[in-house]
Design a protein around this ligand. Sequence first.
Ligand code: SF4
Length: 72
Amino acid sequence: MACERIPVLCENCRYFKPYDNEDRTGECRRNAPQPVTASDTEEKYAVWPEVHESLWCGEFEASGKVRSSANT
Ligand code: SF4
């Protein structure tokens, strides 16, 4: 029985939320958004880290939907 290996990439991770654009980027929703302060206005807000779909980290968990078969 063949066993398909899921490429360890953000795009195949359950925590990846892709943006609706062509940059192949999205948000990592592994943790709560982190507070940041705008350098120009000093406005405070919170953001999730932006990641490219070809990146990965040690917290990867397969989403069950394989978007890529390339392991870059
Ligand atoms: S940075 Fe890690 S946890 Fe976040 S989407 Fe990528 S592989 Fe998943």
